[in-house]
Design a protein around this ligand. Structure first.
Ligand code: GLU
Length: 466
């Protein structure tokens, strides 16, 4: 049996990180088993689904790099209406579904009674049973189609994350599978597509646990074995509450891009959020696929920890290829109005500074002064730029100017420091800090000799004398 999983988002807004984690686990499970990971857009809610939201989902999936195996034939539920109709007809013909002509008022009265008595809502008035006389069909009223849920017994499944779950069928309604206008309802469409797509494992958020027994019963009525189910606990915010945009939490996957998080770090973080492989924190997606097993997914909710996300991001920045990193940092510099010159090459700058930042925006700031001198902070000036500094920097500039081109290296520049400090009768700090301010405009730089070597002689002298 080929394992087939799917991610089935509803395109009603943005791509939530909870959704991305669901997609990631579905993807990793399929890949671990040499199977397929499919994408299905659940767009039957015509009022809430928009083409723009579909695009946001596709862009988000692309950004994190979770490629669906059906990328060129993504399933859109709105394209499957004829098929849903066909399957509903089959259920009607096989006696697993029936027409119900209840009015809104009748249903409201039933709901009230059910709430009082704590039973399932629908009183099965129109459910055909041997020997039962059905009410008279009201003239001119279009019926809905209801599913004949088993009356007795329990629906049980072995949830691959939560363990055995058993729901008494008496708690389930004869749910509506087609509305009076003929359109199919949510739970029915999910079953029809999971069936047609040959899904073997449904991995989804645990907000769907209540739908599962309904879906299992529909599968059985269609005469097919239901897939296996795994329900993932939710992601809570740092305060332990449901993560939400309204509470100011970072939720949409694109917001993490704006924060300067790398897609591979995002996936690494989300993988670890609710799943563990020993003490491993920093790993690649290849390792994740190799290690991933649903039995290691935690059955309780996980909490967002932005500090940890930034730490993992920092680790991925350190491990990233400098040329690839340069392409991600370049647009962030351009946003600050800085177009990196050919020299120093951005990749070389990154090699020097990339262990100093935990996100791409901070990393761009670390690169900025290589291309444009920063405006020094007042506190730095007060601390490091004393009355002696201007003249002393001019004297040091002369030493730098005298350095032969071939010695313009970190080592060559470094070799000037001690003799200069001896000559001036100062400690190294009295040279290094003002030198950073004079050349970079900031006191926070890596080793100043290496920085000067990269910026280049001409530019260093221009800045010191400018
Ligand atoms: N469309 C549902 C959602 O976005 C997922 C349904 C499912 O995975 O079965 O929550």
């Amino acid at each position: 049996m080929t394992v087939k999983t799917r991610f089935a988002p509803s395109p009603t807004g943005y791509l939530h990180i909870g959704g991305v984690r669901t997609a990631l686990y579905s993807w990793a499970f399929a890949k671990h088993h040499g199977g397929e990971f499919l994408l299905r857009i659940e767009d039957t809610d015509l009022e809430r689904s928009t083409a723009e939201s579909v695009q946001i989902i596709l862009d988000g999936m692309k950004w994190v790099g979770l490629d669906a195996d059906n990328e060129h034939r993504i399933v859109y539920q709105t394209q499957n209406f004829p098929r849903y109709k066909e399957l509903i007809q089959k259920l009607l013909a096989d006696g697993h579904a029936y027409h119900c002509y209840c009015s809104k008022e009748e249903l409201a009265a039933m709901r009230e009674k059910a709430e009082r008595e704590g039973t399932a809502t629908y009183d099965r008035r129109w459910r055909p049973e041997p020997g039962k006389t059905l009410p008279e069909i009201p003239a001119g009223r279009e019926p809905v189609v209801r599913f004949k849920t088993p009356i007795d017994g329990v629906t049980i499944w072995n949830d691959l994350v939560k363990g055995e779950i058993s729901i008494p069928n008496s708690a389930l309604d004869d749910l509506i599978i087609a509305r009076a206008d003929g359109t199919p309802t949510y739970n029915f469409c999910v079953v029809a597509d999971d069936f047609d797509m040959g899904i073997t494992h449904v991995i989804r958020g645990d907000d769907h646990v209540n739908n599962t027994p309904k879906q299992i019963n529909i599968f059985k009525a269609l005469g097919v074995n239901p897939p296996q189910y795994a329900h993932l606990p939710m992601i809570l915010n740092e305060q332990g509450r449901k993560i939400s945009k309204r509470s100011g939490d970072t939720v949409a996957i694109t917001e993490f891009d704006s924060l300067g998080i790398l897609p591979e770090a995002m996936l690494n973080y989300l993988a670890r959020l609710g799943w563990a492989h020993g003490d491993d924190e920093f790993f690649t997606m290849r390792q994740f696929v190799e290690w991933f097993d649903l039995k290691d997914v935690s059955s309780s909710a996980s909490r967002m920890d932005m500090k940890k996300l930034y730490w993992i991001n920092g680790e991925h920045i350190k491990a990233a290829d400098n040329a690839a990193l340069a392409e991600l940092v370049r647009p962030r510099l351009e946003q600050q109005g800085i177009v990196p010159a050919e020299r120093p090459a951005l990749a070389d700058v990154l090699a020097l500074v990339k262990d100093r930042a935990q996100d791409l925006n901070a990393l761009a700031d670390e690169c900025a002064y290589f291309y444009r001198k920063a405006v020094p902070a007042e506190a730095d000036v007060a601390k490091h730029w004393d009355d002696e500094a201007p003249a002393r920097m001019q004297r040091f500039a002369a030493k730098l100017e005298a350095l032969p081109e071939g010695d313009w290296t970190a080592e060559g520049i470094h070799a000037l420091f001690k003799p200069f400090c001896d000559e001036e009768g100062i400690k190294m700090g009295k040279l290094g800090m003002p030198l950073r301010l004079a050349v970079c405009g900031t006191a926070k730089t890596p080793s100043v000799d290496a920085v000067l070597a990269l910026i280049g002689k001409e530019e260093v002298l221009r800045r010191m004398r400018g």
